[in-house]
Ligand binder design. Sequence first.
Ligand code: MN3
Length: 206
Amino acid sequence: MMTQTYPFHTVPLPYAYEALEPYIDAETLHYHHDKHLSAYVDNLNKILKPHPEYHDWTLTRLLENLEELPEEIRQPVLNNAGGVYNHILYFRLMSPSNGQNPMETILRKAFGSLEAFIEKMTECAMTQFGSGYAWLVVNPEKSLEILNTPNQNNPVSNGNIPILAIDVWEHAYYLKYKNMRKNYVDNWFRLINWKMVYDLYLKAIQ
Ligand code: MN3
């Protein structure tokens, strides 16, 4: 999923713009995917254009090895490679038809119950001050962990493998939910593509 290299491109949504209604409206998805994500893609390409030595680096490699980049492009790459990676993951991990949850037993084991997982993830999404994300990650000890990050930071930069992400920037929900971040977060749980989360989990624990 994150094996793209320069020049990066906007990956089409894996579903129609209205597919996540009524929880996420078509207009929000249109702006979020076509305008916000595309801007990160364009910026990242602009930043890396004069640096051909990084043109075969994937999104993951860029974000895992920020300290190897020249200082003047380190923060811009973090912001924009993060912006691309985080959005692709967020969009891909939603689905109009979320059937069975193959992660249920695993989440129960890690957090005590499914409700406890939802509560903790919600808390992380709600307490992220300003813009950012809440994540379910596989940490370096191969355990599940819930955390949040500001701006477009990505947990791979700290050795974690993200397997689920919720975007809590206002542009992700403001058109429909205005200031009610909690309602957006509550509804987002109805859209999680658990099959894909499970696939990412299996890959991450290998
Ligand atoms: Mn966003």
